[in-house]
Design a protein around this ligand. Structure first.
Ligand SMILES: C[S@@+](CC[C@H](N)C(=O)[O-])C[C@H]1O[C@@H](n2cnc3c(N)ncnc32)[C@H](O)[C@@H]1O
Length: 275
């Protein structure tokens, strides 16, 4: 692994505890995105599915519910700390058709033509070599079966990122360097198609997924993202410091208020292809 890879792995390991703490009890609060991946990958009951970069279990948990007892899901992630949240959710749901693997998407530890579908939600952006990672996904897919990936749209089209990062960075007296972050590397239309093609997939489709999330005024809807992204940095804040942080975040989101609710733009890029 290169130095950058090591830094990324250490970063995810450090964030793992906060993801596990904030993991939903059972089904995801953003299950619509999981269902989209299930549809794009053509997942049916009885399928044997690989979910890459599962983190705290999305979409792996939703897929396990979809494929049922005749099917199975392998949830793979480079960070065992991140997978802890997924394990916790699977246990709560009593799922016995899901297994967990620590491994990197650039060197998948599976035989060729093992899976009926491959999914990956918000993981490809972290790949050292996305084309290599996608080639690996194609290799472990049975010929004719599909892979479906989701990446983030641009920062400007994602209110949670474009408002939260500057607000928290300002509060902490740090530079806001999120704008150039890897998370946006597939935000341009056509960029997922390019890497899917280079990896040898056929019948490639790409779409922009635009939503407006509605949250009631007064709800601290940023709490999960705040903990996941900045947990280690804000852990040491006293109660009044934490309250001051929340107040400044609330002020930063004021332009998104419309009467009694917030309207939060969210944009992702989805792509699928046939092996
Ligand atoms: C943004 S999280 C997404 C987690 C989950 N899929 C979701 O949508 O909530 C990215 C995940 O990718 C994992 N990851 C980063 N680089 C990886 C790699 N090279 N191979 C496998 N997993 C990786 C991280 O450990 C982290 O769990």
């Amino acid at each position: 692994m290169t130095t950058t890879d090591n830094q990324t792995a250490a970063d995810w390991a450090a964030r793992g505890a906060y993801w596990a703490k904030t993991a939903p009890d059972t089904v995801s609060t953003t299950d619509d995105l999981n269902q989209l991946l299930i549809t794009l990958a053509g997942i049916e009951a009885g399928y044997n599915v690989l979910d890459i970069a599962s983190g705290a279990g999305d979409p792996a948990i939703s897929i396990a519910l979809k494929v049922g007892v005749e099917g199975s899901v392998t949830a793979l992630d480079a960070s065992p700390e991140m997978l802890a949240g997924a394990r916790k959710r699977a246990e709560k749901l009593g799922l016995e058709n899901i297994s967990f693997e620590t491994g990197r998407m650039e060197s998948l530890p599976f035989d060729p033509a093992t899976f009926d579908a491959v999914t990956c939600r918000f993981g490809l952006m972290s790949a050292t070599d996305p084309v290599l990672a996608l080639r690996g996904a194609r290799r472990v897919l049975k010929p004719g079966k599909k892979a479906a990936y989701l990446t983030h749209g641009s920062r400007e089209k994602n209110a949670l990122f474009s408002v939260l990062w500057p607000a928290v960075s300002r509060f902490l007296g740090e530079e806001d360097n999120d704008a150039g972050a890897r998370r946006y590397r597939f935000s341009e239309k056509g960029s997922l198609v390019t890497v899917f093609e280079a990896a040898g997939f056929t019948h490639i489709e790409e779409r922009e997924v635009v939503k407006t999330n509605i949250k009631p005024k007064g709800e601290r809807f940023w709490q999960t993202m705040l903990m996941r992204a900045f947990g280690a940095k804000i852990e040491g804040l006293e109660a009044d410091g934490l309250e001051a942080l929340h107040v400044s975040i609330e002020e930063a989101f004021a332009p998104c208020l419309n009467g009694d609710h917030y309207e939060l733009l969210s944009t992702d890029m989805a792509a699928c292809g046939v092996a």
